[in-house]
Design a protein around this ligand. Sequence first.
Ligand SMILES: Nc1nc2c(ncn2[C@@H]2O[C@H](COP(=O)(O)OP(=O)(O)OP(=O)(O)O)[C@@H](O)[C@H]2O)c(=O)[nH]1
Ligand SMILES: [Mg+2]
Length: 283
Amino acid sequence: MNFQWYPGHMTKAKRQMQEDIKLIDLVVELVDSRIPLSSRNPDIDELGKNKFRLILMNKADLADKRQSDRWAKYFESKGYFVYSLDARTKNGIKKITDIIMEACKEKIERDRKRGIKNRPVRAMVVGIPNVGKSTFINSYAGKAVTKTGNKPGVTKGKQWIRMGKNVELLDTPGILWPKFEDQMVGLRLALVGSIKDEILNTDELALELVKFLKEKYSGILNERYDVDESQKDIDIISQIAVNRNCLSKGSEPDFSKAANLLIDEFRSGKLGKITVEWCEDNE
Ligand SMILES: Nc1nc2c(ncn2[C@@H]2O[C@H](COP(=O)(O)OP(=O)(O)OP(=O)(O)O)[C@@H](O)[C@H]2O)c(=O)[nH]1
Ligand SMILES: [Mg+2]
């Protein structure tokens, strides 16, 4: 296996996060709505213990709403605040501050009892690579971003982004690594495009995708590519090559081209809103 992440990077990032996490009240953890568990790193529960927790189910625009609702309930039952999001748009972004305040109400109440008024909630965004951390920070900050600069003593060397009067966000998100040693987790991450050097080549990945879609979203391949889903997985891709004119130089149907097309169209949502990791399979 060949990954672009090396143990040295991971150790350094984890150490950095251990330091940063001391400064904050709330961990805002982004997950990919299509693979809500596989896009988490279980270490975050250890790192974030004693902190308020908010899970943002990002890329909700690409996921199956029925599954997202189930996942939201699942996370809520574990004690997290949860919110679904398409971080690229402004829709729903404004509500985040209210949710953050709600998630941290114990702290706000504690401050109030001590006579501390209007001390902002401090939050940090964390998540695996490519989950949308930067996109979210940019959308959330919008135009109102004001870097509050270094605050000696409290936040040595840290940059904070002020969100209105109530929230301060650490401007460097914490990168967590997924547990891609687990083969199923690795496969799901590869399917949504979160592992660049795939654990499988695209032909194999496309075959896995066909197998999954036939089982969980039967009819979807037929609808988009006009293929007979009762064929073998491999023949379905060959038929996609024919129907979609994926041809090699010699004008022969090109299996790999069709495999790539299928994966691209799945990732970009052209096949529909699809959740790869189902909640009921984890209950
Ligand atoms: N469809 C969709 N795409 C999104 C969403 N959020 C982010 N993206 C896309 O996902 C890709 C990765 O987003 P980034 O914000 O760079 O992710 P990141 O977590 O900062 O990634 P690293 O910096 O590599 O750790 C970009 O192409 C974004 O446009 C979303 O809610 N929906
Ligand atoms: Mg980023």
